[in-house]
Ligand binder design. Structure first.
Ligand code: SF4
Length: 96
């Protein structure tokens, strides 16, 4: 089975280490991604499209048409949603 791609591998953004999607360790493992690499849609302050996506409202608009978001949604189906994401993050934060 092909390994699960992270956003920066698909978008080739060059923001790894700078963008919160690439550094949010409490999201590590969610949908098989590294940090929030497969859940960047649920992280504010990401650098997609060359500008900081500060609010969920902005993200909602931009992510809903993002080829990477749509690819992960297709691969993960209903497993991908904000509730399972928050649940995953809370559980990881509780362990540390
Ligand atoms: S959210 Fe966007 S800018 Fe941030 S690491 Fe992923 S592809 Fe790059």
């Amino acid at each position: 089975m092909a390994s699960k791609m992270n956003c920066w591998e698909v978008k080739k953004c060059g923001k790894v280490g700078k963008c919160p999607a690439s550094t949010l360790s409490s999201a590590d493992g969610y949908l098989g991604g590294r940090n929030a690499g497969r859940s960047c849609a649920y992280v504010t302050g990401t650098f997609c499209a060359g500008m900081v996506q500060g609010t969920f409202k902005e993200k909602e608009k931009n992510c809903s048409v993002c080829d990477f978001f749509l690819m992960v949604k297709k691969e993960e189906g209903t497993a991908m949603n904000a509730i399972t994401f928050m649940d995953h993050v809370k559980k990881r934060e509780a362990r540390h």
